[in-house]
Design a protein around this ligand. Structure first.
Ligand code: GLC
Length: 532
């Protein structure tokens, strides 16, 4: 039996915080529910589906970007930080979404994009109007090298130089993503002041927190030094052969997060900061929690990118829990809008493995973030090149984001309950074999009902939401106790008969086979027992 440092982390843990140990649900607004009949999901549609989320048992919803945007990167290119994109609704719709969600006991988080704006943002329009513009220093402009080439070797998210020439001034501007997403200059105090205003504006409107886009990348090296070549041990981190230690991942960001945390804590009802901390190791990820004074939650990409096998996954869990500061809440997620969904990536289409993964995500200590459709076991949808909408992955081999962004299927009727029958959705529904809500709701053996019962079970012992004890792990199986639940995942090809501590009910991903004080778990099945 392994005793973990995280066992003691309970000391500083505050179960009263609404996200602690809870379920956050990631609504990709354009694909959740279309009320307008234009094939694009919107806020009014999402309001209509809040009852579904409440029945599922979610504590908070994170809305993908809803601010006005020319949509070169579907909202991650903001042209106005204090409004709502007309494709998605109005500020009144957002207020209603928040009020309705709150009535159902659900908090609402927005996606904040502080790393860059859209090139159509008035700050950038002003910045490129001349070098004396009051907004010039809002962005990162630099002179060419002597031969006229970009100021350094940094590459953007498509593998092209991260610099585009501003012909009028002869200087280059920086964009770590698309050229239409110029990076903000966080060495400029005016940018800090603007974002404090933005955070306050939304907090004052009842927004309960933010998912912070590119949280690890906001600051750049002040001297704009070249990134060094990547080394072999840099999976999921290297950008096109470079190690991004100067173009992003700068330590100065920690002081920014301390300031934002102080602001968030001025509010009587706790506000939450959740970072998109796309870093390769859990130590670095843990650093974003600071000393309990920076981000409240940080996405765990080492977990998401682990293979779906017990030794590696258990190792990440163990390392995460011992790396986090006392009382910090870990975050587990298997899918998002940038990576392939877990039923495809982890489970490779196997229903049994999908159900195991769902059980794992929902029984680990801390906060689980479900991406819309995860609860159904929704897999990636094949999107033909003609239907692709993502400019960042266009034409790139092995990288395709549209497949994980297709509409939520509420039923199998024309329009799939997502839009009006006959309307073409903004991304395709799929081939007709995809999972939907109507055929799972109320069906005991369905993924949706499995998710609902696991969520009910995990809510029973809130004061134990951070507890975790690994009982045993091998290539064949993984046994742990967490949050008042005993868990066994059978990764082997054989039935395994075990006894699980506890006196409470069992939840199983397969057929429940109970013996005298034992339970038999089929190959690639998992079982949970409540302690009671
Ligand atoms: C984040 C978002 C991604 C976006 C990028 C640039 O990684 O999750 O969708 O393209 O930032 O904003």
């Amino acid at each position: 039996m392994i005793e973990l440092a995280a066992e003691t982390a309970k000391d500083g843990f505050e179960p009263a915080k609404w996200w602690s140990g809870g379920i956050l649900y990631h609504v990709y607004v354009r694909s959740f529910m279309d009320s307008g009949g234009d094939g694009v999901g919107d806020l009014r549609g999402a309001i209509d589906r809040l009852g579904y989320l409440s029945d599922l048992g979610v504590d908070g919803v994170w809305l993908s970007p809803i601010m006005p945007s020319p949509n070169c990167d579907w909202g991650y290119d903001v042209s106005e930080y204090l409004g709502v994109d007309p494709d998605l609704g109005t500020l009144d719709d957002l207020d209603e979404f928040i009020a309705t969600a709150n009535q159902l006991g659900i908090e609402v988080m927005l996606d904040l994009v502080p790393n860059h704006t859209s090139s159509e943002h008035p700050w950038f329009v002003s910045a490129t109007s001349g070098i004396d513009s009051p907004h010039r220093e809002y962005y990162v402009f630099a002179d060419p090298r002597d031969d006229g080439s970009p100021p350094n070797n940094w590459l953007d998210a498509t593998g092209e130089p991260a610099w585009t020439l501003d012909e009028a001034s002869g200087q280059y501007y920086l964009h770590n993503y698309l050229p239409s997403q110029p990076d903000l200059n966080w060495w400029n105090e005016d940018v800090h002041a603007e974002f404090l205003r933005i955070l306050r504006f939304w907090f004052d409107r009842g927004v309960a927190g933010f998912r912070i886009d590119v949280a690890h990348g906001i600051y750049k090296d002040r001297e704009l030094r070249d990134d060094p070549p990547a080394i072999e041990a840099d999976p999921h981190w290297a950008r096109f052969g470079l190690r991004p230690v100067y173009s992003m991942n700068r330590g100065e960001v920690h002081s920014l997060f301390r300031t934002w945390r102080s602001l968030a804590e001025e509010y009587a009802k706790p506000r939450v900061l959740l970072g998109e901390t796309w870093v390769p190791d859990v130590e670095r990820m843990a650093s974003f929690y600071g000393d309990g004074d920076e981000l409240n939650l940080a996405f765990n990409f080492p977990f998401l990118f682990s293979e779906f096998e017990p030794l590696g996954l258990a190792k990440v869990v163990r390392e995460t829990l011992s790396a986090l500061p006392r009382g910090a809440v870990p975050v587990w997620t298997g899918s998002n809008h940038d990576v392939s969904r877990f039923p495809t990536r982890w489970a490779r289409g196997s229903i049994k493995m999908t159900r195991m993964a769902l059980l794992l995500l929902l029984t680990l200590p801390g906060t689980a973030v479900l991406y819309y459709g995860d609860e159904l076991g929704a897999a990636d949808v094949e999107v033909s090149p003609a239907d692709q909408r993502d400019l960042m992955s266009a034409g790139r081999k092995g990288f395709q984001r549209d497949r994980a962004r297709t509409p939520m299927l509420w039923n199998q009727k024309p329009g799939r309950g997502f839009t009006v029958p006959g309307v073409t959705p903004w991304l395709p529904f799929g081939s007709g074999k995809e999972v939907d809500v109507a055929s799972q709701l109320g069906v005991d053996s369905s993924n949706l009902e499995l998710a609902r019962s696991l969520i009910r079970a995990r809510k029973q012992f809130p004061e134990e939401a951070l507890s975790y004890q690994e009982l045993s792990v091998s290539a064949q199986g993984w046994r742990y106790q967490a949050r008042g639940l005993s868990v066994f995942l059978n990764f082997s090809g054989e039935v395994q008969t075990i006894s699980l501590p506890g006196t409470g009910d069992y939840i199983s991903t397969g057929k429940l086979r109970l013996g005298e004080g034992t339970v038999s778990v089929g190959p690639l099945e998992a079982v949970v027992r409540e302690k009671r």
